[in-house]
Design a protein around this ligand. Structure first.
Ligand SMILES: Nc1ncnc2c1ncn2[C@@H]1O[C@H](COP(=O)(O)OP(=O)(O)OP(=O)(O)O)[C@@H](O)[C@H]1O
Length: 240
């Protein structure tokens, strides 16, 4: 089953066509890796799926409830002086389903502790977000999506500028989320990460999208065209 499908999608930015006639289904419980050179339209496609960019034509159908959709953007704009601890950030994962003003109860705190343990950040629970390394912050942001029980997760270069141990922890968590039935779309530039994550590959190039299987992608040059993004500051992982 696929709760996210694209039909004849045409997307533009600033009046210029970026992607045309994109079709396909993102199966539940599968990780789709999105690849393509700089400017190919990876972030544009993610923005459209999130509902932040209106298609020129075509259709995006998403049957995942809004409160179970999560997005970890590439261009992060979090004010790192914002006074929020790791635990508080993880707890905000309850907001989409419970509301920001409802407050937290015992089970929320227990679950947040489990999530932080799973991500190896329990010892950072009361540390301010602005005092963390890039990898620690990325673990906390993924923790928020686990707390949310996200069933659709869009990640734009989640492994950029994080340490190798964090890459391994996050890879395992993302695989576990897929095994539990979530639909994931992940932008990666790295061959090794693609090999570990991809159930299927969507390759963007020259305004078109092609579906590939991971083995074909690994033995082709499709990945070599992509360049890692420059270092980004961090921001709030927003939900939509
Ligand atoms: N807000 C915008 N206004 C006008 N053009 C834009 C805007 N955002 C992106 N573009 C253009 O749309 C095209 C696709 O950009 P997009 O950011 O989706 O590519 P990408 O594949 O995510 O690239 P990268 O790998 O560098 O992150 C590019 O030509 C880019 O210059």
């Amino acid at each position: 089953m696929a709760r996210l499908t694209l039909e004849h999608l045409h997307l533009a930015q600033g009046g210029r066509s970026v992607l045309e006639d994109v079709n396909g289904a993102f199966p539940d419980g599968a990780i789709t890796v999105l690849i393509g050179p700089n400017g190919a339209g990876k972030s544009t496609l993610i923005q459209a799926i999130m509902g932040l960019l209106r298609p020129i034509s075509g259709r995006i159908t998403c049957r995942v409830p809004k409160e179970r959709r999560a997005w970890l953007p590439q261009q992060l704009a979090l004010d790192l002086s914002f006074p929020i601890s790791v635990e508080e950030l993880v707890m905000t994962g309850t907001w989409p389903s419970h509301g920001a003003l409802a407050g937290y109860c015992g089970p929320h705190y227990r679950k947040a502790r489990e999530v932080m343990k799973r991500l190896g950040i329990s010892h950072l629970a009361h540390r301010a977000l602005g005092e963390l390394s890039g990898g620690q912050r990325q673990r906390a942001l993924i923790g928020r999506t686990l707390m949310q029980e996200a069933e659709l997760l869009l990640l734009d270069e989640p492994f950029a500028n994080v340490d190798q141990e964090t890459v391994e922890v996050l890879t395992q968590v993302l695989r576990d989320m897929a095994r539990e039935g979530a639909t994931l779309l992940v932008v990666v530039h790295d061959r090794e990460q693609l090999a570990k994550l991809a159930d299927q590959v969507l390759a963007l190039s020259h305004g078109r999208a092609r579906w590939l299987d991971p083995q074909t992608t690994l033995s082709s040059r499709a990945l070599d065209q992509g360049q890692p993004a420059p270092t980004m500051p961090f921001a709030f992982a927003d939900s939509f």
